[in-house]
Design a protein around this ligand. Structure first.
Ligand code: NAD
Length: 482
């Protein structure tokens, strides 16, 4: 098969000014931490150290929460929704103006292809701020009662797979609703959150409305457990989510948890197969498979299994893996050495359990953390690769004969974040969507997002919704959504 040769088309990194070290962003200023040694953040595509970042200890977190409380009582909760909206619109516009810089920095720190950070992550960040800016002066019309009130200080902890986008999902509704925030980015991807702190300064956001404390799990724990935090919003692993649920039980903190997933992407025999192949690729190979709602379990109707797999493998052989800053790159680097090891371990378990591994032929760069697009066939429901979240570019393929069997297999998981259905039959889409236990069901598409659409899970994928009016409800003391 013909492989096209592409000349290198690297995006220049000169547009972004990465500092050698960063402080914490508290009360509108970058400040040195009181305790805790700094840590390094690296470029996962080259293992080059990008910067030294501060680790916030309990005293630093306390300072941040105090700043957020002051800003809440003195400024932000007193401001009219219209005034708050002006700041949110300003943030959205500055994100757009500085979008290239943000995209390059995101790709450097995370390893994701520039094509994705430039065309998906950063535009979605701006869209979320624009969307919630529109709600800030209309909260009483959101179907949440006549006078919804903000909760106070929100403590937010986010993962590394969509660093800036997760920040936007957390900050935009919280601020629109009148809360102030202490946010902790993931330890392997703190840089775009710190650049966003500069954007808050540029937008003249009142000091203390947004505070950003960097650090690892311990810093996250200090944010979540701080007694003066009114609302906890966490996105990350189910394991840590359970710990957080335990630690806030019995307090009056309001909590939303967005956790892991093991989504079924279901292809029926009447589906448009080439379209389905694109959806499967988007479902599991977008962002190196580091996506909580990734379509990591492919369920294919037996009669089209061989044909679909042949087309899928052909398509995967055309994906280009390598320099995340190259505009031709489809698959970037795995975010960290630890995550790479986790993926290797689970793939090894797939081999040991008797599934057949197929890997797209591609050259792996010498330095950095890489894992090629991989497909396991002959997978049964009992296999660990069919049950556990791999969070990498690894697809497990199972087959089915009837819609009922597809549904049973799809729902046979402790998770329930998302699912995909591929069929030309509208009635079947509706029937499946009604019976799938998943927060989002995509039909003839996958991994589509819009700020107006709620997102969240069932079962061990967490609770609460982000996005849309539902996302506002999580940050307001209000009646149920009507
Ligand atoms: P993780 O749970 O290890 O870490 C997430 C964040 O929590 C990080 O900032 C980390 O420092 C912090 N943290 C770790 N221990 C903590 C503790 N005890 N208390 C408070 N905070 C703590 O997860 P990860 O490996 O960074 O991210 C991958 C996971 O996130 C996957 O399971 C994925 O499915 C999930 N995820 C879910 C969604 C969603 O919307 N449902 C979105 C993205 C990622």
């Amino acid at each position: 098969m013909t492989r096209f040769e592409y000349a290198p088309a690297p995006e220049s990194r000169a547009i972004v000014d990465v500092r050698s070290s960063y402080g914490l962003f508290i009360d509108g200023q970058f400040v040195d931490p009181v305790d805790g040694p700094p840590f390094k953040t690296v470029n996962p595509a080259s293992e080059e150290v990008l910067a030294e970042v501060s680790a916030a200890g309990p005293q630093d977190v306390d300072r941040a929460v105090k700043a957020a409380r002051r800003a809440y009582t003195r400024t932000w909760s007193r401001m009219t929704g219209r005034e708050r909206a002006k700041y949110l619109y300003r943030l959205a516009r500055i994100v757009q103006e500085r979008s290239r810089e943000l995209a390059v920095l995101e790709s450097l720190d995370n390893g994701k292809p520039i094509r994705e950070s430039r065309d998906v992550d950063v535009p979605q960040v701006a869209a979320n701020f624009f969307y919630y800016a529109g709600w800030a002066d209309k909260l009483e019309h959101a179907g949440l009662g006549s006078s919804p009130r903000p909760l106070g200080v929100a403590g937010q902890v986010i993962p590394w797979n969509f660093p800036l986008l997760m920040l936007a999902w957390k900050l935009a509704p919280a601020l629109a609703a009148g809360n102030t925030v202490v946010l902790k980015p993931a330890e392997t991807t703190p840089l775009t959150a710190l650049l966003f702190a500069e954007i808050c300064q540029q937008a003249d956001l009142p000091p203390g409305v947004v505070n950003i404390v960097t650090g690892a799990g311990e810093t996250g724990r200090a944010v979540v457990e701080h007694p003066d935090v009114d609302k906890v919003a966490f996105t990350g692993s189910t394991e840590v989510g359970k710990m957080i649920a335990r630690s806030v039980a019995g307090t009056d903190k309001k909590v939303t948890l967005e956790l892991g997933g093991k989504a079924a992407n279901i292809v029926f025999d009447d589906a448009a197969l080439d379209q389905a192949v694109e959806g499967i690729v988007d479902g599991i190979f977008f962002n190196q498979g580091h996506v909580c709602c990734a379509g990591s379990r492919l369920l294919v109707q037996e009669s089209v299994n061989d044909e679909l797999l042949e087309r899928l493998k052909r398509r995967l052989s055309t994906l280009r893996m390598g320099d995340p800053l190259d505009k031709n790159t489809d698959i970037g680097a795995i975010n960290s050495a630890e995550q790479l090891q986790r993926i290797r371990d689970l793939a090894g378990i797939g081999d040991a359990e008797g599934a057949q591994r197929w890997t797209a032929a591609c050259e792996l760069p010498e330095r950095g953390y890489w894992f090629p697009p991989t497909v396991f066939t002959g997978v049964s429901q009992a296999h660990r690769i069919a049950r556990e979240e791999i969070f990498g570019p690894v697809l497990s393929v199972l087959t089915f004969r009837t819609p009922a069997e597809a549904l049973e297999k799809a729902n046979n998981t402790p998770y329930g974040l998302s699912a995909g259905v591929w069929t030309e039959k509208g009635s079947r889409i509706l029937w499946m969507a009604q019976h799938l236990r998943a927060g989002v069901v995509w039909a003839n598409t996958f991994n589509r997002f819009d700020p107006s659409s709620p997102f969240g899970g069932y079962k061990e994928s967490g609770y609460g919704r982000e996005g849309g009016r539902h996302g506002l409800a999580s940050y307001l003391d209000a009646e149920g959504l009507s």
